[in-house]
Write a protein of this length. Structure first.
Length: 70
């Protein structure tokens, strides 16, 4: 999979906030929620960017609904 700079940046941001959320999970619930919300937002941006990249590359590939069902 090719990762452009934006994807790398979003992945780094989501990872950082995820680690910070874990750090405060049992120590400071307020900080935990603050960092978890930031992690969740960054993860959603990352997913949107990834899906947009996949969409631009699937113009000549099978669409997900065209995969055979087993």
């Amino acid at each position: 999979m090719h990762m452009d700079q934006k994807m790398k940046d979003l992945l780094s941001e989501a990872s950082f906030y995820g680690l910070m959320a874990k750090r405060y999970e049992y120590v400071d619930p307020q900080k935990h929620m603050h960092f978890y919300q930031k992690h969740f937002q960054a993860a959603m941006k990352l997913e949107q960017h990834y899906m947009a990249m996949q969409g631009s590359h699937q113009s000549h590939h099978m669409m997900p609904r065209e995969f055979p069902m087993y």
